[in-house]
Design a protein around this ligand. Sequence first.
Ligand SMILES: [Zn+2]
Length: 86
Amino acid sequence: MKDQQGVIEISADIRSESRDGLYHHTMLILNGSWLRFSCSCEASSYGMLCKHVLKLYNYYQRHRRELLREEENQGITFDGWGEPDE
Ligand SMILES: [Zn+2]
């Protein structure tokens, strides 16, 4: 995760729910007024907002403060999406 001049970039490899062992590389770029995303899955290649991007966005919303503290951290790897351990 990077936070440079108000632009926040997060990326993660998100495990596919339908195919075992498959990960989608998902990226999200935000600043105050716009949001950009990309994902390696099929839905995203058709220009759709896919559930991986939504998951990453939800994760960002929930862990915003922690993520901002770890500016050194350039990427997050998720091993599935179980219950949030808060
Ligand atoms: Zn996707």
